[in-house]
Write a protein that binds this ligand. Sequence first.
Ligand code: GLU
Length: 304
Amino acid sequence: MPDFQAILESIYQDAKQASDKGIVATYIPELAHIDKNNFAIHLRTSNGKCYGVGDFNKLFSIQSISKVLALSKAISLIGESVWDRIDVEPSGHPFNQLALLEINNGIPRNPFINSGAIVIADILVSNLENPKEDFLNYVRELSGDASINFNIDVAHSEQSTGFKNFAAANLLKSYKNLNNPVDKVLDFYFYQCSIEMSCSQLSSVFYLFANNGKCLQNKLHLTGSQVKRVNALMLTCGFYDEAGEFAFEVGLPGKSGVGGGIVALLPDHFVISTWSPGLNVKGNSKLGMLALEQFTTKTKLSIF
Ligand code: GLU
């Protein structure tokens, strides 16, 4: 077994010294003031051990990382019919791009670009009795951590500036791929994206994807084949139009968010979460990606 704590410490030392820490996302005003010197890594192994460096208990906005959890809830509610309304191909374009949605007649390329995540939000709004509360409880149940919550200021901040998401939802509606009112779906979507977690909570919540669908409390949420599909989508579509680069450098399925978080996993082995708010030009955490590249190189643990 590699000395995980020593490896994380050495990655942390390198990260602290990095001269270019990327640029914090400013298009959601509430996220613009986050200090880019925050840095954390947390590792949870399948044999129950945890390792961490930096601010791994500090909360941050998980943003698009929530799309994996929303997808997994939607699959557990309506199964394969999710794929009648969303494709499973990488987009090769930014997460909020709308042109492809038109070209594909209102069928989003995958569930992790914004239009796809908005269709998933529509599915959850249709199938959950109290969508926001039930979704939050689902996330809490996955980790056994009732302290996980929305950040209402972040949700409202995005509500007042998320014009492109309104455009995407209206476009979906025009193609009859949105059943509920635009405002209702986006209200849910903005709350979903506003969930805050620490790296240590993120590693717990995502444990089911490394553990054949069974969460930390040993409850089965997804079948083995459903987990295989979600992991495949994380590998091919989890990093905006940089999924190829992430597979090339890191070699793990994972998902990033504009809050600077990344979660990645090796089935049956571990979940690893990083947080560094500065982003690269593609919108992925600059130091988070570098840290994960170093981690899989030093430990020789990747799916390849
Ligand atoms: N709530 C963000 C948006 O819809 C999520 C973006 C992201 O993390 O990629 O723009």
